[in-house]
Design a protein around this ligand. Structure first.
Ligand SMILES: Nc1nc2c(c(=O)[nH]1)N[C@H]1C(S)=C(S)[C@@H](COP(=O)(O)OP(=O)(O)OC[C@H]3O[C@@H](n4cnc5c(=O)[nH]c(N)nc54)[C@H](O)[C@@H]3O)O[C@H]1N2
Ligand SMILES: Nc1nc2c(c(=O)[nH]1)N[C@H]1C(S)=C(S)[C@@H](COP(=O)(O)OP(=O)(O)OC[C@H]3O[C@@H](n4cnc5c(=O)[nH]c(N)nc54)[C@H](O)[C@@H]3O)O[C@H]1N2
Ligand SMILES: [Mo]
Length: 768
């Protein structure tokens, strides 16, 4: 019998089509105007051979191998749930007793799945917090540098987390939209918590029809879809700050900066002006100066600057622009330029980050809370900036500087991950693995044999969302969606909550963890709390049973008034000051300057990255590798499915290269190539395209890490995971964000037999 059930994922809402306990298809949610194709991958992925069928323990760990073990090469031994739970509980208790709570790394960064109750990372945080505490993680890979910086500049993270100025306001008022990194449509396919509707495409079309001119400043033409009719300005990667400085210089030369805004609503303009004019360092940041760095002609820079100063302009940058060495600087300079243009807080003007980075940015929506699992205190009270995980593992006892704080790094003995994949998200994977091997024990909860599960000691098989009931809800979406359980748990997989409840039981705190609720009671409880919060804001929502039966709640887009970021501040800065020390936009931040970091002197500055096309290393590795978000999956999720498979070349992740660079190396479309630098190597399938700037190559993240020699810490990835190549260095001591986009490589034809991709099949398993 065929049945359908309402459900949702980060990549879209759908009705699950089920026959005899198997997911056989999906139907897009009827209210989604542009559902995208990722949901179609789900049946194959949910039933993939790479699902983990039962609990396992690494053979070497069972034999006593702890700190210093080589992980990733051993076979796994199947164990019962009872013994897995006992082993994890005993090891947790031992590590806490012998090394303290901070010896457990439980930050567990990662997107997990949609569904707010069974959110794996939140469940693990609750469990570890109630159990005594853990070393946690702050910020994120997405915009970690930016979210540390923006509160210093404008007192809030709204410009990156939203709400940002609505697309409807842009359509009505903006004439020029300058987009660093473009507005890639592929990234709008997803929203954390579940995408009910993908409304950005029709909203962008409205802006085009209304006559907004789009400018795509990016190494990749494809960052603006043809429908945007954008002018493409191919820029050298990681040089956006220099471009913006050159524009600012041109505006000052013309005397077109908005002096009234700068005097009444910003502080520090005089300092930036002096820097622009070269008063301190003797270098005027002219368009000619910027042209030499960016590869963008000086006339183009001057033309753009004067246009921006003459018409209502919206400035935006993708999040990736700050995932680079000194990634704080282009964002800081973009805020400063917006202040010079004077449009901050005016309809269709000002700035916002990520209009093309995720679904829902700029989609008109009523501001309401989202359904969520309550957090708990972390009694260990220690948090590391997330992208510094390898340093944490490498340097116990040493100090890490971050945003004015000195953090003493603990000695991590136990690593516990649920809902994230550091062998997807982290940079320089060989180095990560060397640090990872310093732990005594690694516990991983995963539905699939991803690289993080393969590098664990104790592997606990988790259900997918299809195997449980939940609620999808996101602060960037107008829909709250019921997620009905559609199929039984596969193999011996269990929900993260259920397995953690059993481990809590063995450790004596089950009731504090579950609060004596089962799944159904939790869903009613979380929904009830959320309904109450909505009522407090004057918004009535149906009771749980009605919601569950109907499958979704829609909040209509607000009629009439568009949201404009910083509107109240711009209108009356005395009455509505920003939450900064001055109450104004801080072009110069005394706070940041006071940290004393030479690389972040207090106003935006151009710094040469160690790795970019202008650095000495480019003589050895002449190609700048961008590793962007995949159109065919969400990070590593859905990689075993047909959408990702269809895009690969001989089973390898595609890499884009300009025809001139291909010709110089004698390479042709469709060939398998070896991409390498001093940190590592991976294979890829060559796509030759004029849409990418010469000297730049681009490869999506997310092909599952598949080392040719599992367990080795200097093996090539045969599948095409760019993170064997990327450098692991903080953006600066201010943001300590991820610098994945600062990476130089060389590329050659792969010669010899093609090693098989084995990572989509389970690893070796042996009896005890
Ligand atoms: N080179 C390079 N690297 C990057 C980036 C880049 O631009 N370039 N981008 C970075 C960014 S912005 C991000 S956000 C990160 C993303 O990095 P991650 O969020 O770590 O990547 P995902 O593959 O989404 O990992 C989620 C994992 O959770 C698992 N999972 C899903 N549902 C469940 C569940 O219910 N229970 C459990 N236990 N597990 C579940 C999935 O199988 C998957 O392995 O990558 C970063 N890495
Ligand atoms: N389909 C899909 N969508 C996703 C995700 C996914 O995995 N799949 N991941 C989601 C997540 S977690 C996040 S954080 C967001 C990330 O959103 P973004 O960070 O915006 O996404 P990216 O694709 O990494 O980068 C966008 C573009 O920026 C350009 N770019 C890179 N470096 C530079 C530079 O130095 N200068 C300029 N001017 N341009 C540059 C690249 O050409 C790239 O295509 O995407 C989200 N959306
Ligand atoms: Mo992200």
């Amino acid at each position: 019998m065929i049945e359908t059930r309402p459900h949702s994922a980060h990549w879209g809402a759908f009705d699950a089509v089920v026959e005899d306990g198997r997911l056989i298809g999906v139907r897009p949610f009827s209210r989604d105007p542009v559902p995208g194709d990722l949901i179609g991958a789900m049946p194959a992925v949910v039933h993939a051979p790479s699902r983990i069928d039962r609990p396992y323990v690494r053979k070497g760990w069972l034999e006593g191998g702890r700190r210093g073990s080589a992980r990733g090469g051993d076979a796994f031994v199947p164990v019962s749930w009872d013994s897995a739970v006992r082993l994890v509980a005993e090891e947790t208790a031992r590590v806490r007793a012998e090394h303290g709570d901070r010896a457990i790394l439980g930050g567990s960064y990662g997107w997990s799945s949609a569904g707010r109750f069974h959110h794996a990372r939140s469940q693990l945080h609750r469990f570890l917090g109630l159990g005594g505490g853990f070393t946690g993680q702050v910020t994120n890979y997405s915009y970690g540098a930016g979210m540390t910086l923006l509160p210093h500049l404008v007192g809030t993270n709204d410009p990156v987390q939203g709400p940002v100025t609505d697309w409807t306001s842009i359509a009505k008022h903006t004439r020029l939209m300058l987009c660093l990194g473009g507005l890639p449509l592929k990234n709008g396919l997803v929203t954390a918590g579940g995408s009910g509707a993908h409304e950005y495409v029709p909203l962008m079309r409205r802006a085009v029809a209304a006559g907004v001119r789009f400018v795509n400043v990016s190494p990749f033409r494809g960052d603006c879809d043809a429908m945007l009719e954008a002018e493409w300005i191919p820029i050298r990667p990681n040089t956006d700050c220099a471009l913006l400085l050159g524009m600012a210089h041109a505006i000052v030369q013309a005397g077109w900066e908005d002096r009234s805004f700068l005097a009444t609503r910003a502080v520090g303009w005089e300092r930036l002006r002096a820097y622009l004019l070269g008063e301190g360092d003797g270098i005027a940041k002219t368009p000619e100066w910027a042209a030499a760095i960016t590869g963008v002609p000086a006339e183009t820079i001057r033309r753009l600057a004067l246009e921006a100063a003459s018409v209502p302009t919206m400035l935006t940058a993708t999040w990736s622009v700050q995932r680079a060495e000194h990634g704080e600087q282009p964002w800081w300079m973009l805020v400063a330029l917006a202040a010079m243009l004077g449009g901050i807080g005016r309809p269709g003007q000002g700035f916002g980050f990520g209009y093309g980075s995720i679904n829902g940015m700029g989609t008109p929506r009523q501001e309401l809370p989202s359904v969520s699992l309550p957090g708990t205190r972390n009694p260990a009270n220690l948090f590391i900036p997330v992208a510094r995980v390898t340093e944490l593992l490498e340097r116990p006892g040493e100090v890490l500087q971050y945003n004015g704080r000195d953090i003493v790094l603990p000695d991590i003995r136990m690593i516990w991950w649920a809902g994230g994949n550091p062998f997807h998200h982290h940079q320089d994977l060989n180095r990560l693995l060397r640090g990872w091997n310093r732990a005594d024990t690694v516990v991983v909860q995963e539905p699939w044999w991803t690289a993080v599960a393969r590098h664990a000691d104790i592997v606990l098989p988790a259900t997918t969302t299809l195997e449980r009931n939940d609620i999808a809800s996101s602060s960037r979406d107008r829909f709250v969606r019921a997620m009905h359980k559609a199929i039984p748990a596969q193999g011996q997989a269990r929900d993260d909550h259920a397995m953690l409840a059993d481990i809590a039981d063995a450790l004596g705190f089950r009731d504090r963890f579950t609060e004596q609720r089962d799944e159904g009671a939790w869903l009613r409880h979380l929904y009830g709390k959320w309904r109450h919060a909505c009522a407090g804001l004057g918004v009535e929502v149906p009771d749980f049973d009605e919601f569950w039966a109907r499958g979704h709640i829609e909040f209509p887009a607000p009629e009439g008034k568009d949201f404009v970021l910083f509107e109240d501040f711009a209108r009356d800065p005395e009455a509505n000051p920003l939450n900064t020390p001055s109450g104004k936009v801080e072009i110069f931040s005394e706070t940041v300057a006071g940290f004393g970091y030479a690389e972040t002197p207090g106003h935006p500055v151009w710094h040469e990255p160690r790795e970019y096309l202008g650095s000495p290393l480019a003589a050895k590795f002449p190609l700048h590798l961008l590793s962007y978000q995949p159109a065919t999956r969400l990070h590593g999720q859905l990689d075993p499915g047909p959408v990702a498979a269809a895009s690969k070349i001989a089973g390898r992740e595609p890499i884009l290269m300009h025809p001139d660079d291909a010709a110089a190396r004698g390479l042709a479309e469709g060939e398998v190539v070896r991409i390498f630098n001093d940190r590592g190597a991976c294979l890829g399938g060559l796509r030759v395209s004029e849409a990418i700037r010469p000297g730049v190559v681009a490869m999506a993240t997310g092909a599952w890490f598949d080392p040719e020699v599992p367990g080795s810490t200097d093996s090539a990835c045969v599948h095409g995971n760019p993170n064997v190549l990327t450098q692991d260095v903080g953006t600066s001591r201010l943001g300590q964000g991820c610098s994945a986009q600062s990476c130089l490589v060389e590329i050659e034809r792969w010669r010899g037999a093609l090693p098989p991709v084995r990572v989509h099949a389970p690893p070796a398993v042996v009896a005890a």
